[in-house]
Design a binder for this molecule. Structure first.
Ligand code: KG4
Ligand code: ZN
Length: 333
């Protein structure tokens, strides 16, 4: 079965064609980062307008590049939520109209389930169950995934998401947007051991996180020191604290769920220090580890098509009157 995936939940207009739930025929991502850059973050109204400008050509390009004739596309899978409502509406309305005009089903996909499905786009795919750490700009949580359509939230952030903390610290230090990539790059020139920031919630046995105190610790440090010379050490110290907490909590959750397979997904999964430390922790504990390649960490439509494939098989088809949702709506996630 060939699925056309569409994703417009934030600042990426993306479309992809995926066969059988995991074979990526094409994946096109048009990023709006440059347009939001001057504002230091995503401007929702601007995001909707940019999606509207790009959606039609992004979808056509994805279909063209897939090499699959249009009449052999069996369904459309589209992000229904959570995300920016105006941005979601562009992709969701486009997908419903596209499917209606071709008399094929349209499936509304939960964006977080999409991220979890990014691991199935790689040749080495996990078996169930596995424990997934989802780290993005909007969410940070750990899930016990038992099937393509069932997973249980084990714990999540009580305040900022990990990506949000990267973005806010970068903004605070004047490093630009998006912050994660900037911090990772600058950290390479720094020494993470020179400034030790707190590791919040490391002493708690649950899978919850909190990053706003860590962000405040960086602010306090910046306000009380001359930082002109040591930005690389500050951001390296901050990155190390985030990575230590994420790595430890993921391993702890896997051990308490008696799971030997772990995964890391979402935009922050692109962070090379996180990838390195999770792999080292997995090797030490004898876990198998699954982290998507960089192109499938950030928002993309291939992961939406992969999740949509299984939603469709489970009969979750949406109708023309269905609407988007901005907050996590719990079916499985
Ligand atoms: O998954 P994603 O593309 O969008 C959401 O669903 O939120 O994640 C975006 C987040 C941003 O906060 C961005 O700063 C962060 O992922 N990010 C990174 C890196 N690349 C992107 N954080 C740390 N290191 C990176 N290399
Ligand atoms: Zn995302």
């Amino acid at each position: 079965m060939n699925i056309l995936g569409i994703e417009t939940s934030c600042d990426e207009t993306a479309a992809a064609v995926v066969s059988g739930g995991h074979i990526v025929r094409s994946s096109v991502v048009a990023s709006q980062t440059d347009f939001h850059h001057p504002y230091g973050g995503v401007v929702p109204e601007l995001a909707s307008r940019k999606h509207l400008e790009a959606i039609s050509s992004v979808v056509s390009t994805a279909i063209e590049r897939s090499g699959i004739p249009e009449n052999q596309i069996d369904a459309v899978a589209v992000t229904q939520g959570p995300g920016l409502v105006g941005a979601l509406l562009v992709g969701f309305s486009f997908a419903k109209a596209h499917a209606y005009a071709r008399n094929i089903p349209c499936v509304g996909v939960n964006h977080l389930e999409g991220h979890i499905h990014s691991v199935f786009l790689e040749p080495d795919r996990p078996e169930f169950p596995f424990v997934a750490l989802l780290v993005s700009g909007g969410h940070t949580g750990i899930y016990h995934v038992t099937s393509h359509t069932d997973c249980k939230l084990l714990g999540q952030t009580r305040d900022d998401a990990a990506g949000e903390a990267f973005d806010k610290v970068a903004k605070m230090l004047g490093l630009g947007y998006p912050g994660g990539v900037a911090i990772e790059e600058i950290s390479r020139k720094g020494d993470f051991s020179r400034i030790r920031f707190p590791r919040p919630y490391l002493d708690k046995a649950d899978s919850d996180f909190s990053f706003s105190g860590l962000k405040s610790a960086v602010r306090r440090y910046a306000e009380t020191h001359d930082i002109t010379e040591n930005i690389p050490d500050i951001v390296a110290g901050f990155q190390e604290a985030v990575v230590d907490v994420l790595t430890f909590k993921l391993a702890q959750a896997a051990i308490s769920s008696q799971c030997t397979r772990i995964a890391v997904v979402g935009g922050v999964a692109a962070n090379s220090r996180l990838r390195e430390k999770v792999k080292a922790s997995a090797a030490e504990k004898g876990f198998s580890v699954f982290i998507p390649s960089l192109e499938y960490c950030g928002d993309n439509a291939a992961m939406i098509a992969a999740a949509g494939y299984h939603d469709l098989r489970a009969g979750h088809i949406c109708c023309l009157t269905d609407d988007v949702y901005s907050k996590v709506r719990l079916r499985q996630v």
